[in-house]
Ligand binder design. Structure first.
Ligand code: HEM
Length: 125
């Protein structure tokens, strides 16, 4: 698969990831039974796997080594923090306050990762 196609898949998965995360965050705040639906438990993880697979495909296609590009390391680190905060926001946060703080934190980190991608700078502000 060529780089341009992988980038399109990556960007589509980025949009779906954000949409599903916001939706699940809202359902969590409302204690909605939607969160118990099977597809809601599976699809976000499949999509995030696709997001990462397309990213790895681009690295291979373009011969990019994250160890040589700070902005790629920043994206990988950002993704780890986004996943950790996301799991607190949706699952492991014990109080509504902890879950909301983690939700806002995860969205902030998501914005940072997107800014890093567009600017190719570790500190894009
Ligand atoms: C939530 C996580 C992520 C978000 C929100 C995100 C967002 C984006 C965005 C918005 C672009 C488009 C940049 C442009 O059009 O110039 C992009 C491109 C890219 N992303 Fe990600 N990304 C994420 C995770 C990752 C990860 C973990 C990697 C692997 C290190 C990665 C590698 C890349 C690469 C190689 C490009 C292509 C850059 C280019 O050719 O301009 N992304 N990403």
């Amino acid at each position: 698969m060529d780089y341009a196609t992988l980038l399109k898949i990556h960007l589509a998965a980025v949009a779906v990831s954000l949409a599903l995360f916001v939706l699940r965050g809202i359902w969590r705040m409302l204690d909605s039974p939607m969160l118990k639906r099977k597809w809601v438990k599976i699809v976000p993880h499949l999509n995030d796997t696709l997001l990462l697979a397309a990213a790895i495909g681009m690295l291979v296609a373009a011969g990019l080594n994250p160890l040589e590009h700070g902005w790629l390391m920043a994206k990988i680190a950002g993704l780890v923090v986004y996943i950790a905060l996301g799991s607190i926001a949706i699952k492991h946060g014990k109080t509504p306050r902890a879950r909301i703080l983690a939700f806002v934190g995860a969205l902030t980190v998501f914005g940072y990762i997107a800014k890093v991608a567009l600017s190719k700078q570790v500190w894009p502000f």
